[in-house]
Design a protein around this ligand. Structure first.
Ligand code: SAH
Length: 349
């Protein structure tokens, strides 16, 4: 079956040409798909015969909201989507003053093995397709009735471990005939796959790259993030500097504050030294508790921040959203795997 939703308008044009259809069919179908059409019969401007043909040969799957949680604290909405093959992924919609941001997933599970992360506990099941990534934006928007202006690729999975798909997704979601979300409104977060960061740099996209650093020294980072064992902090930082030189885009370094592991003054000093001469800023993230992990949130985020600032580092502290609904990605999927439970629980409403 042909996966139309993963195709660019140019690919759709070639597809319809082969069916002997005029080129404008591509634009028509692309627009229907981006509006969340869930059957070919809805596509009323296509000839009936063509619709029948598409029904026989093309996929038109839509994700089902297996669970939906709404935070009573700040209106954050978390979706657990069930895909065509029964796999589940998460999308979180966060409401900020500067617009709504969707946090989307790129894989079913993850193979990176970070010690603090719920998404990686069962390993990677499979990559998502570009269409499945796009569907998260389309259907989160449709279901919530909220327009999405910003995206963060910080849900389940490692974006640079599903490189071609993510690149194609970016192209699709950025397309003026589609959702038209500007590259400058998109952040991509990586655990630090250096070869892929170099590859991304060559694409010269205007998106924001976030690098999950979480520790300034190899011993701590390799303990928290197995991916560091083959790369090392020094090589990662060299790659980040190269990324900035090629793209002119500052990098955001994610740093989850973990009690007694990466939150000492000495580590703040090491982190500041590491970032010297590397344009970018540090985003301190309060660690979200993961039931299966012994790691606990740090109690000295403010002191760590001050220490970094004394060294002249630009620091932000991530606001916690959806604290009452376990809004960090991976946790709802874990729960659903353990207990299928009732659908659509809406807390506090
Ligand atoms: N694989 C990518 C993107 C997904 S995770 C990456 O590693 O960057 C998005 C961010 O959430 C990353 O910075 C990740 O390290 C962080 N994260 C994962 N589990 C967390 C937890 N329990 N508490 C706080 N941050 C967490």
């Amino acid at each position: 079956m042909t996966d139309l939703k993963s195709m660019t308008p140019e690919e759709l044009a070639a597809f319809f040409q082969e069916l002997g259809q005029p080129a404008f069919r591509a634009g028509q179908v692309f627009r229907w798909l981006n509006r969340g059409a869930s059957s070919f019969d809805e596509m009323s401007n296509l000839p009936k015969q063509l619709r029948e043909k598409l029904k026989e040969t093309c996929l038109l799957a839509r994700p089902v909201a297996a669970r939906k949680q709404v935070s009573a604290l700040d209106g954050t909405i978390k979706y657990l989507w069930r895909l065509g093959d029964g796999s589940c992924i998460e999308t979180v919609l966060m409401k900020y003053q500067h617009g709504n941001t969707a946090c989307i997933s790129c894989q079913v599970g993850c193979r990176m093995g970070c010690a603090f992360c719920a998404s990686t506990l069962g390993g990677k099941v499979r990559d998502l397709t570009p269409g499945e990534m796009l569907d998260q934006v389309i259907f989160t928007q449709l279901d919530s009735g909220e327009a999405i202006s910003n995206l963060v690729l910080m849900g389940i999975g490692e974006p640079l471990d599903n490189f071609d798909t993510v690149l194609k997704f970016l192209h699709l979601v950025n397309h003026p005939e589609g959702l038209n979300i500007g590259m400058r409104h998109i952040s991509l977060s990586t655990c630090g796959l250096t070869e892929k960061i170099d590859k991304l740099a060559r694409c010269e996209l205007q998106l924001t790259l976030s690098v999950s650093l979480h520790a300034p020294d190899d011993e701590t980072r390799s303990r928290l993030m197995p991916v560091n064992r083959g790369i090392g902090v020094e090589k990662l930082m060299e790659t980040c500097r190269r990324y900035f030189q090629t793209t002119g885009r500052r990098i955001s370094y994610e740093y989850a504050m973990i009690d007694g592991v990466n939150d000492s003054d000495r580590q703040a000093d090491q982190l500041a030294a590491l970032l010297k001469g590397t344009p970018g800023h540090v985003n301190l993230i309060p660690l979200n508790n993961v039931a299966e992990s012994p790691l606990k949130p740090s109690r000295r985020t403010a002191a760590f921040r001050r220490r970094l600032e004394e060294h002249g580092v630009t620091v932000t502290v991530r606001r916690r959203l959806g604290g009452d609904i376990d809004a960090s990605c991976g946790q709802l999927r874990r729960k659903a795997m353990a207990d299928p439970g009732p659908p659509n629980e809406e807390r506090g409403r």
